[in-house]
Design a protein around this ligand. Structure first.
Ligand code: FBP
Ligand code: MG
Length: 302
């Protein structure tokens, strides 16, 4: 497959991302790396061996592309300079790794930024491409190349087939959230969730879905709509949620915004948030515009 990007000199970066994903998916299918490693990553998360394999696969292919300047990863402490090219790539090389251990689809999240030389440059105003691979029944990709959104699937004989998605974002009433910390969420969020899950007065409540694998929850959002939430909680380690702004939140928000959806940290769009640190965590809410507006209004009203 040769994907023709509308963005200048990006074809090689896509090719590098696609071939690394093919390699990782191949290893996963063989059952390689599906056990805990002795290491942990920069955020202190335990790694599985496939986390490390995936991280290395992306670095290997991206470092050969002359237009890729820096590669940064959830699995590494620092930015790695690979050339003087114009683009920098941020990766969650294996998202949902603990789910992969029990056969739930995992994947990889990527974003490409222009003019990114240090952490603060990896904000939503500079991102030009973002999306994710799914390592499930098939190897799939969902991404926005600038303002164009694509869905693709890999076949070992025929390679990648990509189609552009031109329909507006679907808007099913589905809520993807882990209720584990609900008693220590802000009261406004407890109320928002309770209200949308109420079956009283003949109103059908939102459907609850949670894969514990962001790529799988976001695949459902692209295909059906809904609201994905990973909020902050008043509990040690969850003060600003769990997900990372650069490696997970901004690339996913970029894709959903390109489909006509929206995002927020509760107060402002994830694409407007300043970035202080590459590994910074952020409360994440991504979904259709009406749901994000209602959620922000609820928070504002207290
Ligand atoms: O364990 P929880 O709280 O359900 O968290 C699940 C979330 O963590 C993630 O697995 C992210 O963590 P990793 O990137 O380390 O896999 C997301 O894919 C998912 O939405
Ligand atoms: Mg992740």
């Amino acid at each position: 497959m040769t994907f023709k990007s509308q963005l200048e000199n990006m074809d090689g970066i896509y090719q590098a991302l696609f071939s690394a994903a093919e390699k990782i998916y191949g290893e996963l299918k063989k059952g390689e790396g599906l056990k805990f490693a002795t290491s942990s990553n920069e955020s202190g998360d335990d790694q599985i061996e496939l986390d490390v394999i995936a991280d290395e696969a992306f670095f290997e292919t991206l470092s050969k592309d002359p237009y890729c300047r820096y590669v940064v990863s959830e699995e590494r402490p620092d930015m790695i300079k690979t050339s003087d090219g114009p683009y920098s790539v941020a990766l969650d090389p294996l998202d949902g790794s603990k789910s992969a251990l029990i056969g739930i689809p995992s994947g990889a999240i990527f974003g490409v930024w222009k003019n990114a030389d240090e952490a603060k440059d990896f904000h939503g105003g500079n991102i030009i491409s973002g999306g994710f691979f799914v390592f499930g029944m098939n190897l799939e990709v969902y991404f926005a190349d600038g303002d164009k959104v694509y869905k693709g699937q890999f076949d070992t004989d025929t390679g990648w087939t990509l189609v552009q998605l031109t329909e507006p974002m679907p808007s099913a009433d589905i809520l993807a959230i882990n209720g584990q910390m609900q008693t220590v969420w802000g009261q406004w969020l407890q109320d928002y969730v309770a209200e949308n899950l109420q079956a009283t007065n003949g109103k059908k409540p939102y459907n609850m879905r949670w894969f514990a694998s962001m790529v799988s929850d976001m695949k459902r959002m692209v295909l059906q709509g809904g609201l994905f939430a990973y909020p902050a909680a008043d509990f040690k380690g969850y003060e600003t949620g769990k997900l990372r702004l650069v490696y997970e939140a901004i690339p996913m928000a970029f894709l959903i915004h390109a489909m006509g959806g929206s995002s927020t940290n509760g107060d402002m769009s994830l694409l407007e948030m300043p970035v202080d640190k590459l590994h910074q965590k952020v409360p994440v809410f991504i979904g259709d515009k009406a749901k994000i507006e209602a959620l922000e209004a609820k928070k504002k009203a207290g």
